[in-house]
Design a protein around this ligand. Structure first.
Ligand code: GTP
Ligand code: MG
Length: 438
């Protein structure tokens, strides 16, 4: 889902890759495609406007950092803003101790209310509750039966109402659940093709009778902007507390997910990921945001880098690099900074497996390598570190002995240093990505 948005966001980040800083001009061009992609994914225009404006504002206000590239900074901004729009963090379902407590499902026709009732029942049963499945959908003859089948298949108690009217049915169910002590009661309701007055009145009356602790608006992720419109109407007319987004497994454009929570101010608590009764997952805004970004966990790398890297030190190194004065002495300082940032494998695992990092086997990366490199560097004299050109066979042997590493490693390190210098000459390797690029 939201593949196009993901693609365009990555495009925007790429766009800034060669830029030294974020400017009014380059951010404008970078965001143009993202905006169109959001709109074509059925994200509500109000959400798109707000999103783009905030990304732009934050990007322009971002502090120029020596340890983080503008593109990476933008990744973090996108991530924060996507997460904000999606609702920050997962909000769990809280079931009160009162018996009976009702959880009421509402939504348009065919969105997946009845299936979701079964899924919720299964989930709560697993958590040790004793739920009851009931339905006040009296219009469709097969509605009671459908829920009955689901209940039977998943081993959850079910009660079939006798009453002919919706309000009487709600009262009948209340009495039954109270007498039997089921906890909680999952109440399925009828869907309509469109939000009509009759449906609204009916739902309002049912809500009044059973005073649910949670009214859940069930929305079909595949319907896009329709789902958003009906959610807003429902919110105004009946009021709901949370959202369950169904059919997120299907090939949907996914804009609903980005719009509903934001426009109604209500959290998406669960996502339906298939037809099976076990296919209900807690909805995690931050995870969906990072999936949309498709950037591994570069966000935490940026945070980590901001925390750990000594800006002054980074600046000093960057200046040296610019003057092509990068010596082994600096290489040693560089290693120390990397060590501060966490293990190499840890750092690399936070980066997307693309570009120069493609194909690197993180699991087999020897973390001790940095320690060994440091030992080799420390066994050199300051003179050698400042001017590696003076290295001959004798010096290499001495350093190897002093560090307890084989001569081949000393040679390897000197070779890496020469390669690094080449990179610097080409103008690469100035900031964080450069630092782990060996
Ligand atoms: N792929 C997929 N299909 C789902 C999901 N949830 C529900 N469905 C399917 O959607 C269809 C409609 O589901 P129902 O649960 O009957 O929907 P409803 O909202 O109760 O429908 P009405 O009572 O007629 O308004 C069924 O074929 C379900 O199997 C989901 O998360 N993923
Ligand atoms: Mg139904």
């Amino acid at each position: 889902m939201l593949d196009l948005v993901s693609e365009k966001i990555q495009g925007a980040i790429q766009y800034l890759k060669g830029e030294g800083s974020i400017t009014e001009k380059n951010i404008e061009s970078a965001l143009k495609d993202v905006k169109l992609a959001l709109l074509s994914a059925d994200v509500h225009y109000k959400v798109v406007q707000d999103f783009i404006a905030r990304v732009k504002e934050k990007a322009l206000g971002a502090k120029v950092s020596l340890s983080v590239l503008p593109g990476q900074q933008l990744v973090k901004i996108f991530n924060d803003e996507l997460t904000r729009v999606l609702g920050e963090e997962n909000k769990p379902l809280r079931i009160p101790s009162k018996v009976p407590s009702f959880l009421m499902l509402a939504g348009l026709q065919g969105v997946g209310k009845t299936t979701t009732a079964g899924k919720l029942g299964c989930m709560l049963k697993k958590q040790g509750f004793n739920p009851l499945l009931v339905s006040v959908d009296l219009k469709r003859p097969a509605a009671q039966e459908q829920l009955g089948v689901i209940a039977k298949e998943s081993g959850i108690p079910f009660y079939s109402v006798q009453a002919k009217g919706v309000v009487e049915a709600a009262e009948e169910i209340y009495g039954y659940a109270e007498a039997k002590g089921y906890h909680p009661v999952i109440l399925d309701t009828a869907g309509r093709l469109h939000v009509d007055e009759e449906l609204m009145t009916e739902l309002r009356e049912v809500k009044e009778r059973v005073s649910p602790f949670e009214v859940v608006f069930v929305a079909d992720a595949m319907t896009g902007s329709d789902a958003v419109k009906s959610a807003v109407r429902f919110q105004e007319e009946i009021g709901f507390d949370s959202v369950i987004l169904t059919k997120l497994d299907a090939d949907s454009r996914g804009g609903a997910a980005l719009s509903i929570a934001f426009l109604t101010g209500k959290p998406i608590k669960f996502a339906g990921m298939g037809e099976g009764y076990d296919k209900l997952e807690p909805f995690h805004p931050e995870r969906l945001a990072s999936r949309i970004l498709g950037m591994g966990d570069i966000v935490s790398l940026v945070e980590k880098a901001q925390e750990a890297v000594d800006e002054k030190e980074a600046e000093r190194l960057a200046k040296k690099m610019a003057k092509r004065e990068f010596s082994l002495e600096d290489f040693l300082d560089n290693l120390k900074q990397i060590k501060k940032m966490g293990s190499l494998a840890d750092i690399l695992s936070h980066l997307p497996q693309a570009g120069p990092l493609k194909g690197i086997d993180l699991k087999n990366l020897d973390e001790k390598r940095i320690v060994h490199m440091e030992a080799v560097l420390l066994s050199m004299t300051p003179e050698e570190r400042r001017d590696p050109e003076i290295f001959n066979g004798k010096r290499r042997l001495r350093v190897a002995k002093g560090s307890g590493r084989p001569v081949s490693e000393v040679n390897q390190l000197l070779k890496q240093y020469r390669e690094m210098k080449k990179f610097i000459k080409k103008g690469f390797f100035s900031r964080i990505l450069g630092k782990v690029d060996f």
